[in-house]
Design a protein around this ligand. Structure first.
Ligand code: BGC
Length: 388
């Protein structure tokens, strides 16, 4: 119903803006070069004289750097002043950063929560001060003031990861059994539940029929979660699992739900001898396309990741906040529209479609699309082509 209402509430100028920012399917990785700032009919800079606050999580996360680069670029192209803050995953810090930005007079806020369960008060403050909010990446729970959200198709990200393992082990045809261990994200990140459920939708049938065995027995989200998505925490848990359950067994696949977790788990695996011809590394997954993960995939260590087009995401969020701040209706193209429930409202959401990346398609997805340059990966063009 809401979907229909939204579809009708379109302002043509914002329609143009969102389409302008969201070229093609998930594979294009473009968007960075398409005209930003086209959100006003006359072509004038719609952000002039206005400020957008950006509240992000940790600077240490590779993807957060890309979030900040592209959000800043697109908003500045529209004429906005940009104020950017990182909470380093401390939600008290993030709350006070938002308070400070609100009292400094920002017009709009793009916020990626450090802890989605602890920002409802800050959202109320934004509402009271007429600061428009576009939620970014992870959902802020328990707040009626979240009007729009830009993220990835979260269940699909997880499903892609699980299906990658199913395909890599050829579980349809092989009898196995194969050993699997599961490393999920943070329990305070609403996204992580979707990733976990998506992955299990592909893996559970094979756990049920015995082709996949989780020797540790740790199969619930709570058991498999990793505090703060921290690589070192994943490594510690992997160390314990390997020494307790695998002294005389081999692990064939690890569902590692982002690139940081994959890094931690691969370190644990290598420390007990995986990564040689006799003892190859298991199939691993990831998401974010961190530069280090792409290098690891090229080197044959991490097996796969999920490409989530941060340019498209940043473009969508920039256009949403631009529409909101200028009092125009937001429209999300039908093929990108989803709804995420934050316990209070179903939040209309722009969803980026994920794509699996591995050794077979990294060059096309990452280099040919212009998402990274060969230089970003520490290579010359020729070296990158040769490695593809
Ligand atoms: C994001 C992932 C990221 C993770 C850890 C999730 O909410 O969607 O891209 O890897 O947080 O920061």
């Amino acid at each position: 119903m809401l979907k229909k209402v939204l579809a009708v509430l379109l302002s043509l100028t914002c329609l143009a803006a969102l389409f302008a920012g969201c070229s093609g399917g998930g594979s294009s990785a473009a968007g960075g070069s398409s005209a930003a700032g086209g959100s006003s009919a006359g072509g004038e800079k719609t952000g002039e004289g206005k400020t957008i606050g950006i509240a992000l999580t940790s600077k240490a996360l590779a993807r957060t750097n890309l979030d900040s680069i592209y959000l800043t670029q697109y908003l500045e192209e529209m004429g906005y002043e940009v104020m950017i803050q990182y909470s380093e995953n401390d939600v008290a810090v993030q709350n006070s950063q938002i308070e400070t930005m609100v009292s400094s007079g920002i017009d709009g806020l793009i916020v990626s929560p450090s802890d989605g369960t602890a920002l409802a008060g800050a959202m109320e403050l934004c509402h009271e001060n007429d600061v428009k909010v576009c939620d970014y990446d992870a959902l802020i729970m328990d707040s009626e003031y979240i009007e729009y959200y830009a993220t990835d198709n979260l269940f699909e990200v997880g499903r892609c990861q699980g299906q990658y393992i199913v395909d890599a082990l050829d579980l349809e045809n092989e009898t196995g059994p194969f050993n699997l261990e599961i490393f999920a994200g943070s329990m305070t990140d609403n996204n992580a539940t979707y990733f976990f459920d998506g992955a299990m939708s592909a893996l559970q049938p094979y756990i049920d029929n015995g082709k996949l065995v989780v020797q540790s027995g740790q199969v619930t989200f709570a058991e498999c979660s990793t505090e703060k998505w921290n690589a070192a925490n994943a490594q510690t848990r992997a160390d314990t699992i390997l020494s307790t359950y695998y002294s005389d067994k081999r692990v064939d696949a690890c569902l590692t739900q982002n690139d940081d977790l994959a890094t931690g788990v691969i370190s644990a695996l290598k420390s007990v001898g995986y990564g040689t011809a006799d003892k190859p590394l298991p199939v691993t997954t990831g998401q974010d396309c961190n530069v280090s993960a792409i290098k690891s995939i090229i080197a044959g260590e991490q097996t796969s990741t999920v490409f989530k087009d941060i340019k498209e995401l940043a473009r969508a969020a920039s256009n949403i906040i631009d529409c909101m701040v200028n009092g125009r209706e937001v429209v999300i193209p039908e093929d990108k529209l989803g709804y995420y429930n934050n316990n209070v409202v179903d939040v209309p959401t722009y969803q980026v479609s994920p794509m699996v990346l591995d050794k077979s398609n990294w060059y096309e997805l990452i280099i040919e699309s212009g998402f990274y340059t060969a230089e970003d990966l520490g290579m010359t063009e020729e070296e990158a082509k040769a490695a593809a």
